[in-house]
Design a protein around this ligand. Structure first.
Ligand SMILES: Nc1ncnc2c1ncn2[C@@H]1O[C@H](COP(=O)(O)OP(=O)(O)O)[C@@H](O)[C@H]1O
Ligand SMILES: Cc1ncc(COP(=O)(O)OP(=O)(O)O)c(N)n1
Length: 267
């Protein structure tokens, strides 16, 4: 069985973070492991508290994983502080981790800031150069490039800029645009759109975590970058279209729809 690791924060309501990642990896047919960076007290209406694990403990989690069940792919989500990012980068280099997907989580849809301002620079300097794929949403793309994204052409230019700067593939996610849900992959000097019909579902908590974990699962299973994104886009659309409705705010998605179907196939 192929294996995947998520390095991310816990979401007590189970819609985003580690919990969304593990549900997604399982539904996509890979064995899921986790290194938790922080605990969040969170539900569908917002985040009320964050408790970071120490950098030392995070390092110990990663040592335990990499010296035993080596992951076929790694996803990194919420990491709030510079010393934890530094620790992750060191361990990924030490163990020569492969198929690294970095979701540069900055602000939750509910508005809570999930990374300190100074840590964004450390993320860029230390983690981005190790990534095979970065998956910023539109606001994150604006922060990373210093450009306003108002059109499809802006997305292409911004993804190209990030890809050339960090020598990796970039998926600029279109969930925050008003009219469509089209994502743009910039890879090996060229771009490709992954079109998604916007689903009229207010429950989008954890869409970014879910998409990046589905891509990570597909990379672990041996699919190419393009095919991994293609299959992940299909998966997120299915999870949103299942129309689960839980909680008082922006609720989680339904991962159950995918069990027993083709998502578990390997390349
Ligand atoms: N209402 C929606 N209908 C269909 N796809 C959506 C919808 N909202 C988000 N998505 C998709 O979910 C994925 C995550 O995108 P996005 O919401 O932009 O990320 P994030 O959760 O990091 O802000 C993308 O593939 C995006 O196109
Ligand atoms: C613990 C934790 N990690 C990440 C997020 C952000 O999730 P994401 O899927 O990027 O977006 P929203 O859920 O905010 O739409 C989070 N909320 N918690």
């Amino acid at each position: 069985m192929k294996t995947a690791l998520t390095i991310a924060g816990s979401d007590s309501s189970g819609g985003a973070g580690i919990q969304a990642d593990i549900k997604t990896m399982m539904a996509n047919g890979v064995y899921a492991m986790s290194a938790i960076t922080a605990l969040t007290a969170q539900n569908t209406t917002g985040v009320t508290a964050i408790q970071n694990v120490t950098a030392e403990f995070l390092g110990q989690e990663l040592d335990c994983i990499f010296t035993d069940i080596f992951p076929d792919a790694v996803k990194i989500g919420m990491v709030s502080e510079s010393d934890r990012i530094h620790m992750i980068a060191g361990k990924l280099r030490q163990y020569r981790a492969k198929n690294i997907v970095v979701d540069p989580v900055m602000v939750a849809t509910s508005g809570a800031r999930l990374i300190s301002e100074e840590a964004v620079d450390v993320l860029k300097e230390e983690l981005f150069p190790l990534a095979d794929l970065l998956t910023p949403n539109i606001p994150e793309t604006e922060v990373l490039t210093g450009r306003k994204i108002k059109s499809a052409d802006d997305m292409i230019e911004a993804a190209k800029q990030i890809s050339e700067q960090y020598h990796c593939a970039v998926l600029c996610k279109g969930g925050h645009k008003l009219n469509d849900a089209n994502d743009l992959l910039y890879v090996n000097g060229t771009y490709q759109w992954f079109e998604g019909k916007r689903i009229d579902n207010p429950n989008t908590h954890g869409t970014g975590c879910t998409l990046s974990s589905a891509i990570t699962s597909n990379l672990a299973k041996g699919f190419s970058m393009v095919e991994s994104v293609n299959r992940a886009k299909d998966y997120i659309s299915g999870a949103l279209a299942a129309m689960l409705d839980l909680g008082k705010g922006s609720g989680p998605m339904d991962h159950g729809f995918a069990i027993k179907n083709s998502y578990t196939e390997e390349a």
